[in-house]
Design a protein around this ligand. Structure first.
Ligand SMILES: Nc1ncnc2c1ncn2[C@@H]1O[C@H](COP(=O)(O)OP(=O)(O)OP(=O)(O)O)[C@@H](O)[C@H]1O
Ligand SMILES: [Mg+2]
Length: 410
């Protein structure tokens, strides 16, 4: 069978702690992305979002990609991959230059972003993203597209994201060992934001909370731009582990019990409901109250949301996000999380299902695919602007990347 031409295809590869997902999208002439293939494989080579076993990660990527190829009837050569973990750091920076010809040119933009990038980054970290927030020309601030505007001095305010060199290398190594190229590496919560947040919410001020298996990744947006990112090492795996310890049951059963019966609010479970819990070793299974399970789960989710609250307060963004919180990722599928988060943070909370793509919607319309779909949308915007970017980029390609972001959402 004739293979589809690779040109119009974009592939998002979400390398998560619990699963690795490859999603193939076909970009329509009007820019709409149609999902035509999806491959998912359990991931065993990652711990808290970071590759700890290259061989096993490589195998999972290979399987997920093969499955996606089969479904989409295509050959995958390159992917937009996500990156996350506690090694990721972010900071706001700014740069300023003199406008050469009284009118801002693309060259001036390039120089001002280069100057905003010039901050002391530890030797073991590298800059992954330079995300423009706004430009200032002389005394006018809040400018989103300065090219063509008159003035003397151009200033750029940007959000810089850095990641550990070794973690970046390990992800790219795993992908390369599968014979694939990395089009670009994208911070996972930034990718998820493309799939679940609306422009209005980003303008008003909102925090995205992606509760995965290994980490909970947060991104804060105000006035249409990303302002703050953080990574909290409390997520689904810890909840499962708590259940395994508290109910004295093997982890696989704890995971199953969590997905079937758990809820994040004790009052949601009635006292007369009981569940069968397998025991370890050859002891017989026992029956426990569902409320006992809910107590264990609620305690961990409370801790997680208290951390989110504390960090939002410390970063100064708590009062700047009137649109509240959007929860996504597998951990957000727990019954009662929205209510619990509202109670702890005192702000509106909603669930974020991936939007903005068509085709296979019953498959991708799932919080666990927020990052994968987001990578696809990000990639399609890059492709639409005619820029296929390889990592190990030059100055010029950094510029094209930044320009694309700017022409896109930020
Ligand atoms: N229905 C559900 N109820 C509660 N938890 C769920 C449900 N479905 C999945 N989860 C949990 O969500 C987690 C997986 O989420 P997700 O797929 O977003 O993580 P990941 O992307 O693999 O990990 P990470 O982003 O941390 O690297 C697991 O801990 C799983 O137990
Ligand atoms: Mg994830």
């Amino acid at each position: 069978m004739a293979k589809r031409p690779e040109k119009s295809l974009v592939v998002g590869l979400d390398i998560g702690t619990s699963k690795i997902v490859a999603i193939v999208g076909e970009v329509q002439p009007d820019g709409q992305v149609e999902v035509i293939g999806l491959g998912s494989h359990p991931s065993r080579g990652l711990k808290r979002g970071v590759v700890v076993d290259i061989e096993s990660t490589e195998q999972s990527i290979q399987r997920a990609v093969e499955e996606a190829e089969l479904m989409a009837d295509c050959e995958i050569h390159s992917v937009f991959a996500g990156i996350a973990g506690a090694h990721v750091r972010s900071l706001n920076s700014h740069g300023a230059v003199a406008i050469r010809d009284k009118e801002v040119t693309e060259g001036d933009l390039e120089r001002v972003l280069e100057s905003a990038r010039a901050v002391a980054v530890p030797a073991d970290q590298r800059i992954v993203h330079v995300l423009p927030q706004e430009y200032v020309i002389d005394s006018t601030d809040g400018i989103r597209q300065p090219v063509g505007m008159s003035g003397v001095r151009l200033e750029a305010r940007v959000h810089l994201v850095t990641a550990a060199v070794s973690a970046v290398q390990n992800v790219t190594k795993c992908v390369a060992r599968c014979g694939l190229q990395v089009d670009d590496l994208i911070l996972q919560q930034l990718a998820s934001s493309y799939a679940v947040l609306s422009d209005d919410e980003k303008d008003l001020g909102i925090a995205l909370v992606d509760i995965g298996a290994g980490t909970t990744d947060v991104a804060v947006f105000t006035e249409g731009a990303i302002r703050h990112t953080m990574c909290i090492p409390i997520a689904g795996d810890l909840v499962t582990n708590d259940i395994a310890v508290a109910l004295r049951t093997p982890t696989v059963h704890a995971e199953e019990i969590k997905i079937k019966y758990a809820c994040a609010l004790e009052q949601m479970a009635s006292t007369d409901e009981t569940i069968q819990v397998p025991s370890v070793g050859d002891r017989p299974p026992r029956r426990l109250e569902r409320q006992t399970l809910a107590q264990v789960v609620e305690a961990r989710y409370r801790e997680l949301f208290s951390h989110v609250h504390k960090q939002l307060r410390q970063s100064g963004f708590e009062a700047m996000i009137p649109a509240g919180l959007v929860l996504t990722g597998g951990g957000s599928k727990m019954e009662g999380v929205v209510e619990l988060a509202e109670e702890i943070l005192h702000m509106p909370v909603r669930l974020g299902c991936p939007q903005g793509v068509v085709g296979l919607s019953e498959v991708v319309n799932n919080e666990i695919h927020a990052t994968g779909v987001g990578l696809l949308i990000y990639g399609s915007r890059m492709e639409a602007s005619g820029r296929r970017i390889m990592i190990g980029r030059s100055r010029e390609s950094l510029w094209t990347r930044v320009k694309s972001w700017f022409q896109g959402d930020f």
